[in-house]
Design a protein around this ligand. Structure first.
Ligand SMILES: C[S@@+](CC[C@H](N)C(=O)[O-])C[C@H]1O[C@@H](n2cnc3c(N)ncnc32)[C@H](O)[C@@H]1O
Length: 290
């Protein structure tokens, strides 16, 4: 086998001609993903990149990844958004890592209410919100604990890099199966069921939707927000970030949080060797100390 052949992927599906994908294409795309999103793809993610970008190759009628790389270089404004949306991993669900929401209900709500009396506002950020289930779970938790929440200045900001997921999140429409397992009374209070051809869908009620502001935001870029957050959820987002990128990000999170504010991270994540500005107070729950 010559060098060229060993560097080019072979067909994965007999019905579809394989795209030519060289080491240098992969290397270019990895660097671009890292510089644009902070996501650090290992050598083992080659097939993932190939698979995720195949629909972009088909959309442009291309057969060689080097032509796709050229397109990204020549016309980033038109393609970078599609490229990013194709690369991100958006897995999420309602009340994922439920202990975080139980912690809010059982312990944090009193602190938040006390803080509200002093500040007259509360702000929570779901950073890397994907399709919005995390933010709606937060809204449900807050509304259940504070029935007259509409009379208060309490808001959730929910942001993601991926423009497609932010659109889905803002619509607030999900498959009915996504809320299976939730308490039936809670479902009745929080979701509307579709009718006719939409009966397999549910929609978050307006009372939840108006608590949340969904926006596209790349965590690697400047943050336009003013004011400090009382709590930040950044869960299962930095899992593919390298240590220096995480160190910078959590320093920035500390800078945009109230002293004593709470930070929630994903089940496989830790701030050990990443930041000394937070104290671990529960399972993947931190408080800003300095
Ligand atoms: C696996 S989802 C996690 C969703 C939710 N936080 C949860 O735990 O269920 C990770 C999300 O992080 C987003 N993400 C990745 N890099 C990002 C960046 N640089 N800025 C903003 N969002 C990013 C992805 O688009 C994706 O929707």
């Amino acid at each position: 086998m010559n060098t060229l052949e060993s560097n080019v992927d072979t067909p994965t599906d007999a019905k579809e001609p394989a795209f030519e994908f060289s080491d240098s294409d992969f290397s270019y795309l990895r660097k671009l993903v890292f510089s644009h999103t902070g996501i650090s793809l290992s050598e083992q993610k080659r097939n993932l990149v190939y698979g995720r970008l195949s629909k972009r190759m088909r959309a442009h009628g291309l057969s060689r990844f080097c032509d796709y790389c050229r397109l990204l270089k020549d016309n980033p404004d038109a393609e970078l958004e599609h490229f990013t949306n194709a690369i991100t991993t958006n897995l999420t669900s309602f009340f994922r890592e439920k202990h975080h929401f139980d912690f809010i209900t059982d312990e944090l709500i009193h602190t938040l209410q006390e803080r509200y009396h002093t500040q007259r506002r509360l702000r929570i950020w779901s950073a890397g919100c994907s399709t919005g289930e995390e933010a709606y779970s937060l809204a449900i938790t807050l509304r259940e604990a504070i029935p007259d929440i509409d009379r208060h200045d309490i808001r959730i900001l929910a942001t993601d890099l991926d423009t497609n997921v932010v659109k889905t999140a803002a619509l607030g429409i999900y498959p009915a199966t996504s809320i299976e397992g939730l308490d039936s009374q809670l479902i009745r209070r929080c979701f509307l069921r579709g009718k006719g051809e939409h009966e397999d869908q549910i929609m978050a009620v307006p009372e939840l939707r108006r608590l949340i502001c969904f926006r596209q935001l790349n965590l690697m870029h400047d943050w336009p927000m003013h004011g400090l957050f009382d709590a930040i959820f950044c869960r299962n987002v930095v899992i593919y970030f390298d240590t220096p990128t995480k160190q910078v990000l959590f320093e920035r999170f500390a800078g945009i949080m109230q002293p004593g504010g709470h930070l929630f991270i994903g089940h496989a994540e830790t701030l050990r060797n990443i930041s000394s500005r937070f104290q671990l107070i529960g399972k993947t729950i931190y408080r800003r100390t300095c």
